[in-house]
Design a binder for this molecule. Sequence first.
Ligand SMILES: NC(=O)c1ccc[n+]([C@@H]2O[C@H](COP(=O)([O-])OP(=O)(O)OC[C@H]3O[C@@H](n4cnc5c(N)ncnc54)[C@H](OP(=O)(O)O)[C@@H]3O)[C@@H](O)[C@H]2O)c1
Length: 314
Amino acid sequence: MWILGRKGPSGFSARSTAEEVTKGIEGSGLTAIVTGATSGIGAETARVLALHGVHVVMAVRNLDSGGKVKEEILKNIPNAKVDVMELDLSSLASVRKFANEYKSSGLPLNILINNAGVMSPSFKLSQDKIELLFATNHLGHFLLTNHLLEIMKTTAFESKIEGRIVNVSSMAHQFMYKEGIPFDKINEESSYNSKYAYGLSKLANILHTNELTRRFNEEGVEITANSLNPGPIATNLFRHYNIIDGLVSTVGKYVIKNVSQGAATTCYVALHPQMKGVSGNYFSDSNISKRSSLAKDEELAKKLWEFSMNLTET
Ligand SMILES: NC(=O)c1ccc[n+]([C@@H]2O[C@H](COP(=O)([O-])OP(=O)(O)OC[C@H]3O[C@@H](n4cnc5c(N)ncnc54)[C@H](OP(=O)(O)O)[C@@H]3O)[C@@H](O)[C@H]2O)c1
């Protein structure tokens, strides 16, 4: 029970905040991208990484909101190194544009935090005609990661510091269509179920890190990839669900995690020395956690990788 705050083997619990799990850690010299850093877990993650001296690039779809979060960070941490760059994860063209701009900036990249996420009660297609949750939560991050891998490999090699990829998943990865991932029906409105579509996108986040780990081990690359469940947390995520949103922002805020607790696992996995060399795991409350059997399926991870490659290569 999170509220009791029982500590796990890492020494941290569900009650630990992002500042607590990173206390005393030096991050200057590191550069991190945090997607979806305009609100909730992403904004707090950006703030806490910046507090430790990490150069944070906030990758956001709304530059005005991103600018406001940056200002707020600088108000409290005047020497923080924070940049804001435009990235709409629901558009493959926007992901490619972001990656090209990042490459041209000449910045290194030690840490990639794939945090942005959406929920939607109704079926929607992205600009690329792909179901919106799969497109935003998984496919955009899949393409982004692939485009940034060379920079991460070079940074890890030159700095002799392992790179880290952190995918923010959810315990909702367990909510799944009866047939598992419906590869041939992902874009079909008639078989859409909002709970399962969100679950599928979050399962994809885990399978993505598993397959990255397998590939890094095969290539001998000094980058780790892990996934995590941050929540449940009172954030804007539930804005399209009136009843859930109402409960979260009233009763919920007293019984579920606050945002600084919600960002703890992300910051732990991204920065903590205990995480050195740890890859292919799924975390919750800053500790290794149980995941569904599908989330451990190596063949499924390979199949999803090929499927995602086909969708993003066009
Ligand atoms: N809150 C929870 O209880 C909970 C539980 C489990 C997992 N999670 C996961 O935690 C992550 C962060 O969610 P949160 O709770 O912090 O929610 P949030 O406050 O709604 O933040 C989501 C972030 O993602 C951004 N985003 C949405 N669509 C985007 C797009 N197309 N391109 C770029 N950025 C986009 C949002 O930008 P805008 O400000 O422009 O909308 C926002 O910055 C998500 O991956 C979510 O699935 C949350």
